[in-house]
Design a protein around this ligand. Structure first.
Ligand SMILES: Cc1ncc(COP(=O)(O)O)c(C=O)c1O
Length: 436
């Protein structure tokens, strides 16, 4: 097939420089395990699990077969006032992975939808207990909570907000947790816990009884893997408890073993009231997200509704889609059978050793990492993100895919990675960086 400008014309690509891409297309035609295969016959090692989602590796047959079988049996079942067994089964299996007490699962179709859903759950929770004035959300600079309008309002990355109006009212941002003195710190930095007191300041500025929830990613992901300082998440939890503010963890990247534990909540030992997730939930074989909710939040909303009435006026045509549930269950099986969380935990020290060994390169100005997740910054040239984009393209040509955000590189290999894959990834990174 000829991938010329005419062929490429009609598809408006997301988060892409369309004009540049169409002049120099990079198409993937096949995936298998740790690799993707390009339209021009090259094998590309995947250093970012696609977009942090193919945790069990690319194109797992077990998932494909489960989805195909389900599509033949019941390709669609309306999810309102009707359902299908796989939804209940997946919720049950998922609740075994989420922290104890976060056992009620609401299904959606993406991470962005999980964030909007979590916000609506927070509004509904306070409304149900007669505190409907709790309408503010506290988020963080450098946060990424998806691209729907509510999530954009929470986000703290300028390009994702600038062109899109003021967002929903009542969102306040705390400072991000990147500190210059914590450059090249592996794991959680010792300093920076006081940044959590921003939440207390916001509460004292606006009134704690006006705040619905504080939402953070356990590790700020898309912005460059910002690992929280020691004690930071614990402090947020304490402040939330004092003021009756819900704590929401956006686990869309951190979940499903990425941090060497089922979720960031368990990795850091801090349990939120609500947790969003997506991506690796189906190993990215089907679009799906979910929100896990505590007993307290769930029962408050359910019990406030009259007997027989709908309790939560929210849901999507494709909530708990049968094919996505089948993919989710097959993914849960792979996580169990292949012990993927433990595998990530075991590989983490080696992974971090190799990634931090890149710190001798002058072009690298910082490295951060935890579990099987790391971020590094390269010195900008020609404007923010220009070199980052060029670097990403060179990596691809040199046989490695990683996610770049501006001049930050994000490393999050599939949890099935072996030391040889980590070695190769770091080799290509080094060689490519040395081209500058
Ligand atoms: C923390 C976080 N929340 C939400 C999202 C949005 O997920 P999606 O792209 O599936 O809508 C992402 C995507 O990267 C994310 O990293």
């Amino acid at each position: 097939m000829k991938y010329d400008l005419e062929f490429l014309e009609n598809y408006w690509m997301p988060f892409t420089s369309n004009r540049e891409f169409k002049a120099d297309p990079r198409l993937v035609v096949r995936g298998e395990g740790m690799y993707m295969y390009s339209h021009d016959g090259e094998r590309i090692l995947d250093g970012s699990s696609g977009l942090f989602c193919c945790a069990a590796g690319h194109s797992r047959l077990e998932i494909a077969e489960a989805v195909y079988a389900q599509l033949k049996e019941a390709a669609y079942v309306p999810p309102f006032q009707l359902s299908q067994p796989l939804a209940f089964e997946l919720a049950r299996r998922l609740s075994q992975m989420t922290p104890t007490g976060l056992d009620h699962i609401f299904f959606v179709n993406s991470g962005s939808e999980s964030v909007d859903t979590a916000m609506k759950i927070a509004y509904a929770y306070h409304y149900s207990r007669g505190e409907g004035q709790c309408q503010r959300f506290v988020s963080r600079e450098r946060a990424y909570h998806g691209v729907n309008m509510a999530g954009v309002s929470l986000s703290g990355m300028i390009k994702n907000r600038q062109a899109f109006g003021p967002g929903i009212p009542g969102v306040v941002h705390m400072r991000h947790t990147w500190l210059p003195e914590n450059r090249f710190v592996r794991g959680q930095p010792d300093t920076g816990i006081e940044l959590a007191d921003d939440l207390e300041r916001v509460a004292m500025n606006y009134g704690p009884d006006t705040i619905a929830a504080c939402i953070v990613e356990p590790i700020a992901g898309s912005t460059g893997c910002l690992v929280p300082p020691k004690g930071y998440l614990e402090r947020l939890r304490e402040i939330c408890d004092v003021h009756g503010i819900l704590l929401i963890f956006d686990e869309v990247i951190c979940g499903f073993g990425r941090l060497g534990a089922p979720f960031g909540a368990q990795a850091f030992g801090v349990i939120p009231d609500v947790m969003t997730m997506a991506k690796a939930l189906t190993n990215a074989a089907q679009p799906m997200g979910a929100v896990a909710v505590s007993d307290k939040v769930h029962s408050t909303i359910l019990e406030a509704a009259p007997e027989g009435a709908v309790e939560f006026f929210h849901g999507y045509t494709y909530s708990a889609h049968p094919a996505a549930c089948a993919a989710g269950l097959a993914t849960m099986d792979l996580f169990e059978k292949e012990d993927l969380v433990a595998r990530a935990e075991a590989l983490s020290p080696y992974f971090l050793d190799q990634v931090f060994a890149l710190s001798d390169l002058e072009i690298i100005t910082d490295i951060r990492g935890y579990g099987l997740f790391a971020g590094f910054d390269i010195s900008a040239e020609g404007g923010a993100g220009v070199r980052g984009f060029d670097f990403q393209k060179r990596l691809y040509r040199n046989g490695l895919h990683i996610k770049m955000t501006g001049d930050a590189g994000l490393l999050a290999p599939p949890l099935i990675a072996e030391p040889k894959h980590i070695d190769r990834m770091c080799e290509i990174l080094r060689q490519t960086l040395m081209e500058y």
